[in-house]
Design a protein around this ligand. Structure first.
Ligand code: MSP
Length: 525
């Protein structure tokens, strides 16, 4: 499915009915790191993210504040954009569903599905969840016969709407899932999806009457209705990738980009939206099986094992954390303390511990002592000598092994494991400083070459650490390179950067604390 040398990644577009929280930040940082990794590998990469601005929830939130939905959505959108700026999210495209190009794409897709006979109008009476914006069926009732609190306010309504013939594609989807084991990562989510597909009972209601909801995209062949928010939002993945071509050259070339290598989404929106509606929508539009995207499903950040939510008052504001600890500390924690696909518990204390131990104490210390020793013993100047001691050769081997582990982990969408390997390399390098004891070598004229070899080895290891940290911590990696007085050549890709490159006679810079320790007493009142 993946075209060689191309990487197209998207994240779920965030609802603009509330402010961004730590779950949103995690998803963007994860995708950004994967995108940066692929750029570093030399793959042409496109990272698309954005905001989901229509729907009942946005309308209700705006009404509460007494402002128009557009004004409300614009205000929340600005908060997301500012956070992505702070966190260094390197998006190539921005999908906002009120963008005219998207509206036109949704309408043209609706029209062509209508022309193909995939849509029909019908009257339906039933229970409707205002929070989830969907009609409920008997399946959704709890054991006590009531609809659970997850559905929020449930009202009985009877209305005429447009339906998409979802159920008629059920067998195709089952067959597709059978023959395309890589559609969903991690693989353990597949059985959950297959079970849900087997239970598809009816078609999908894709409209809302305008008298009930006007904040949406008008159905082109029936102006009394707007498009259901999920049907509108899912289309962002192709509309902002240039489908159908908008003609003004402002969007990418669809044929080059598509299919998407990873739609990065949380586990809550796999079923039914991304795992059922989306592939069936694409199939009905005429996309072939080898033109289906792949889903990368991440887990959730919880608090004390419980769901994070504004109403529970336990929601964590990423902008506050980035301000308090710095964007790098937050990025590192969000990547390092959760395995992609699994859930994790958010803890500010763990953020401080991870940062202090692996970045401040280990990486920062390695950089600081290497530059200090090079300055003191050699005026900062390196001699390119091969490791002449067994410990140096072992460190070289570890560096080589870690680079391989790192690539394997990143290719498997697991930055946590990749960063763990880097942390091991740093602690091995710190161990090498202890065993080779440059301060002793400096006193022995016969050990002069050995001292040069040790210092070169340490500087090269640090350079490699910087390269491997680049996707996760772009700013810190640049700072590290600055202190090594080294600029990665623009045309060099990961493959070249993991080999020794510092030339004989290269002069290192002066140490500046790269990861200042977070002092616990300054933070905890
Ligand atoms: N607007 C829809 C997505 C439409 S995509 C065509 C939506 N928005 S959301 O704002 O509710 O969620 C955006 C993303 O954040 C989703 O992938 C969701 O899973 C993720 N997260 C929301 N809370 C989360 C956590 N607590 N932890 C990790 N990710 C979570 O769904």
């Amino acid at each position: 499915m993946t075209s060689p040398g191309k990487f197209f990644i998207t994240t779920a577009i965030d609802y603009t009915n509330a402010a961004p929280h730590i779950g949103h930040a995690y998803e963007k940082v994860l995708a950004d790191t994967l995108a940066r990794y692929h750029r570093l590998k030399g793959d042409p990469t496109y990272y698309l993210t954005g905001v989901d601005q229509h729907g009942t929830k946005v309308k209700q939130a705006a009404e509460k504040e007494g402002i128009a939905p557009r004004e409300f959505a614009d205000r929340v959108t600005a908060k997301f954009l500012s956070l992505w700026e702070t966190l260094g999210i390197s998006r190539d495209g921005w999908a906002s569903t009120t963008d005219l190009r998207h509206i036109r794409a949704v309408q043209s897709i609706l029209q062509s599905l209508y022309d193909k006979g995939e849509l029909y109008k019908a009257r339906h009476e039933g229970f409707y969840s205002v929070r989830q914006e969907q009609f409920l069926t008997e399946k959704e009732r709890g054991p006590d016969g009531n609809f659970g609190p997850e559905w929020g306010e449930v009202v009985r309504i009877e209305e005429e709407n447009w339906y998409f013939k979802l159920a008629s594609h059920r067998d195709w989807l089952l067959g597709f899932l059978q023959s395309h084991g890589d559609f969903v990562t991690p693989a353990f989510r597949r059985s959950e999806l297959v079970n849900a597909v087997e239970k598809i009972g009816g078609d999908l209601c894709i409209s809302r009457p305008k008298e009930r909801l006007s904040w949406g995209i008008e159905i082109p062949f029936d102006p009394g209705f707007v498009t259901y928010v999920w049907f509108d939002a899912l289309i962002n993945y192709i509309s902002f990738a240039g489908y159908p071509a908008c003609g003004d050259g402002s969007l990418p070339d669809f044929a080059t980009l598509w299919p998407c290598d990873a739609h990065v989404i949380g586990k809550d929106i796999l079923v039914p939206a991304h795992g059922i509606y989306w592939p069936i929508m694409l199939h009905a539009m005429g996309f072939a099986d080898d033109q289906m995207p792949r889903l990368l499903v991440h887990g959730w950040w919880n608090i004390g094992g419980a769901k994070m939510s504004k109403s529970l008052g336990n929601s964590v504001d990423p902008a506050v954390l980035a301000d308090k600890y710095g964007p790098d500390a937050l990025r590192y924690y969000l990547l390092r303390d959760i395995a992609t696909g699994q859930d994790a518990d958010f803890s500010e204390e763990r953020l401080r511990i991870r940062y202090n131990s692996e970045l401040a104490n280990d990486t920062g210390n390695l950089l600081n002592r290497t530059l200090n020793m090079a300055a003191r013993y050699r005026g900062g100047k390196l001699r390119r000598l091969p490791a002449s001691d067994p410990a140096g050769a072992t460190l070289d081997e570890s560096a080589c092994r870690v680079a391989g582990e790192y690539v394997a982990a990143m290719d498997a969408f697991q930055p946590q494991a990749a960063l763990e390997s880097v942390a091991h390399l740093v602690s091995e390098a710190n161990g090498y400083v202890e065993t080779s004891a440059p301060w002793k070598l400096a006193k022995d004229p016969a050990a002069s070459d050995r001292l040069d070899a040790v210092l070169y080895r340490l500087a090269e290891t640090l350079r490699l650490v910087g390269v491997l940290l680049l996707p996760a911590l772009p700013r810190a990696a640049e700072g590290l390179f600055g202190q090594l007085c080294w600029t990665p050549p623009a045309d060099m890709v990961l493959h070249d950067l993991v080999k020794s490159v510092l030339p004989d006679g290269h002069t290192l810079g002066a140490p500046v604390p790269l990861f200042p320790r977070i002092e616990m007493q300054e933070i905890i009142p």
